[in-house]
Design a protein around this ligand. Structure first.
Ligand code: GAP
Length: 517
C-alpha cells in the first residue's frame, strides 16, 4: 500500500522553500532499495565482500557504525541512567557448564532436513513456506492412506493435524510419520523426490576450543545470548552495587548463532548484537513487572521516532513458550516482508538462577532483609536485537518524496539516532565563505558529528545529506558576510531559518535533545 499526502508543517514559522508531497514506500522493493542505499552510503557492507561474502555476516560502514552506536547509547541511557539498573560487560566465552545449566546444549536446536541430491538444508519450522498448500495436502493425504490400518499412527496424525499451527513440521519431526511423509515431497531447491534425510536436531551454538589442544575437554561456545553473563553475575552485581529487589542488570554485546537459514539482510544473521536487561523481582510481582516492561519497551521505539502503526505486540501462546519462559511477548515491526520480532519480553521465573545454583553448587539466593527471607528471585527479561532494531529504524526512516518534480530519498531518523547531526556548507568557494564555514565546523566538531561539504550545487548537497539522514544543514552565504548569520535547513520540512552564528551549537543541541521539529 502506498500513500501520498501533502505536508503543511511550518515548525520554524518561516518559509517552506519547496512545495512537495510524500510517498512512503511500503512495497517489497523497499528492502532491495535499503540494501543498495546501505551499501552506497556506507551504512552496511557484506562481510568479506572481496572474497564473495560470508553468509549471515555484515560489516557496519562509517554511517552505519554511528547509527548503531546511537541506538545502543539511547538504549543504555534509557536503562542504566535509572538508580535501580546497573550495567555489565561479561565475556563472550564462558564456562561450558553455563550452557548445560541454561538448557542451550540440550534445547537450543532447530530440527532440519537435508536434500541428499543437492545438499540443500531446510529448517523444519519454515519448510512449509516453500511448499504449496496443494502439494502439502496431497502429501498428507498419501500419508494417511499409507497408515490407515495402523490405529496408533492414524490417531497421532489426526491429533497433529487438529492441534498444530504448522502440522507439516510436526508430522515430519515424528520419526515414523516423517519417513512416510518425506518420500511424498519434492525438494524445493532441486525438485528431486524421495531424497530427504529424516529430521535431525541441529544445535545453533558455535563451538570452539580453549587452549592449544582441540579435544572435547577444551570445548567452549560463542555465547548465543548475552543473558547468561548477567545471570551468573547476579550476586556479584547485587552485592557490589548494594542493590535491593527490584533491580536490573543491563548488557550490550555480541551474540552468535549458527542459523541454518540467514535471510532478509540484518534480520537473521549469524553474528549480531543484543541489548538485554534482566530485572530481578519478588515472584509475587511478576505479572506487574512483565506488563510494566512491555509498555516501557514499546514506548522506547516510539520515543525514537518509529511509526507506532508499524509496531505491535505478539503474545506467545502457552504451547509455544521457550523452555525457560512462563510468559512471553514479542515486539514486532512491520517489515516489507511481514511482521518480524525486534525484541522479546519474557517472564523467565527463577529458572535460570535455580539451574545455575544446581549446576555450580553455589547458592544464587537473595536475602531480603525486610522479610528476613532467602529466595531465588524471578526475572523479567527485555531482550532486543541491536542489529535488528538498526534495520527497523533504517527501514522506518526511509521515504521517497516528490520535490519540485524531482524524487528525493530521505532518511528521517530521529536526530538522536542520525549518524551525522549537521552538515556545514559554504554556498560558494570564494569571498571568505569556506574560511567561515571551516571555523564553524571546527567549533561544532567538539560536540557533534559534523560533515563538511563544499562540492556541487547547494540543492545537490542538501539531497546528499537527506539520503544520509542528516537532520540539519548549515549554509554560509552572502548575508553571512554582512551580519554573521547562517541558514539552518531542517531535513524533513526543508524549512530554513536564519540564526546568528554564535547560536548554532545551542540551537542544534536543543533540537537534537528535545526534537522540537
Ligand atoms: N535472551 C533471550 C533471547 O536471546 P531471543 O528471542 O532468542 O531471546 C532476542 O533473541 C532478540 O535478539 C530478538 O528479538 C532479535 O532482535 C535478536 N536476534 C535473535 N536472533 C537473531 C539473529 N539470528 N540475527 C539478528 N538478531 C537476532
Amino acid at each position: 500500500m502506498k500513500f501520498i499526502f501533502t505536508i503543511f508543517t511550518n515548525c520554524f514559522k518561516n518559509k517552506i522553500p519547496e512545495d512537495y508531497t510524500i510517498e512512503k514506500k511500503t512495497k517489497n522493493d523497499v528492502l532491495d532499495k535499503i540494501v543498495s542505499l546501505a551499501k552506497r552510503r556506507g551504512f552496511v557492507f557484506q562481510s568479506s565482500e572481496i572474497y564473495g561474502g560470508l553468509n549471515g555476516c555484515w560489516d557496519y560502514g562509517p554511517l552505519g557504525v554511528e547509527l548503531l552506536k546511537n541506538i545502543k547509547e539511547e538504549w543504555w541511557k534509557s536503562m542504566t541512567y535509572k538508580d535501580n539498573i546497573e550495567g555489565l560487560d561479561a565475556s563472550i566465552l564462558m564456562h561450558p557448564r553455563v550452557w548445560e545449566a541454561s538448557g542451550h546444549v540440550e534445547n537450543f536446536t532447530d530440527p532440519m532436513i537435508d536434500c541428499k541430491q543437492c545438499k540443500a538444508r531446510f529448517r523444519l519450522d519454515t519448510f512449509s513456506d516453500l511448499i504449496s498448500e496443494m502439494k502439502q495436502n496431497k502429501a498428507i493425504e498419501s500419508l494417511k492412506e499409507k497408515i490407515k490400518d495402523n490405529e496408533e499412527l492414524f490417531t497421532l496424525t489426526n491429533d497433529i493435524l487438529k492441534n498444530f499451527e504448522n502440522p507439516l513440521e510436526s508430522l515430519i519431526e515424528d520419526p515414523k510419520l516423517g519417513t512416510f511423509l518425506l518420500v511424498e515431497l519434492n525438494c524445493p531447491h532441486c525438485g528431486s523426490k524421495n531424497t530427504f534425510t529424516s529430521a535431525r536436531k541441529f544445535n545453533l551454538m558455535f563451538k570452539t576450543f580453549i587452549g592449544p589442544v582441540e579435544d572435547s575437554g577444551a570445548v567452549v561456545y560463542l555465547r548465543p545470548e548475552t543473558a547468561q553473563g548477567i545471570f551468573v553475575n547476579f550476586l556479584n552485581v547485587q552485592g557490589s552495587a548494594r542493590q535491593k529487589l527490584p533491580f536490573g542488570i543491563a548488557q550490550i554485546g555480541k551474540a552468535f548463532r549458527n542459523e541454518i537459514n540467514t535471510k532478509n539482510f540484518l534480520f537473521r544473521t549469524r553474528e549480531f548484537e543484543q541489548m538485554e536487561m534482566q530485572f530481578f523481582i519478588k515472584p509475587v510481582d511478576d505479572e506487574k513487572w512483565f506488563n510494566y516492561w512491555k509498555t516501557e519497551r514499546l514506548n522506547w521505539f516510539i520515543s525514537l521516532g518509529m511509526n507506532s502503526d508499524k509496531l505491535r505486540y505478539h503474545d506467545h501462546p502457552k504451547n509455544k513458550l521457550a523452555h525457560y519462559a512462563k510468559q512471553a511477548t514479542d515486539i514486532e515491526y512491520k517489515f516489507s516482508f511481514g511482521w518480524g520480532e525486534i525484541e522479546g519480553i519474557h517472564n523467565r521465573t527463577n529458572f535460570d538462577l535455580s539451574r545455575h545454583e544446581e549446576y555450580s553448587g553455589k547458592s544464587m539466593k537473595y536475602f531480603d532483609d525486610d522479610s528476613n527471607e532467602k529466595f531465588i528471585p524471578y526475572i523479567i527479561e527485555t531482550s532486543a536485537g541491536a542489529s535488528r532494531s538498526f534495520m527497523a529504524f533504517l527501514i522506518d526512516a526511509y521515504y521517497e518524496e516528490q520535490v519540485n518534480n524531482e524524487m528525493r530519498s530521505v532518511l528521517k531518523f530521529h536526530p538522536k539516532l542520525a549518524p551525522i547531526k549537521a552538515a556545514v556548507l559554504p554556498l560558494v568557494n570564494k569571498d571568505g565563505m569556506p574560511e567561515i564555514a571551516k571555523n564553524i565546523e571546527k567549533d561544532l566538531r567538539k560536540n557533534l558529528k559534523i560533515f563538511y561539504d563544499n562540492k556541487g550545487a547547494i540543492g545537490r548537497r542538501y539531497r546528499r545529506q537527506d539520503e544520509a539522514g542528516t537532520p540539519y544543514c548549515i549554509t554560509i552565504d552572502t548575508q553571512t558576510l554582512q551580519d554573521q548569520t547562517v541558514t539552518i535547513r531542517e531535513r524533513d520540512s526543508m524549512a530554513q531559518i536564519r540564526i546568528s552564528m554564535d547560536k548554532i551549537l545551542f540551537h542544534l543541541l536543543e533540537r537534537i535533545n528535545n526534537n522540537q521539529d
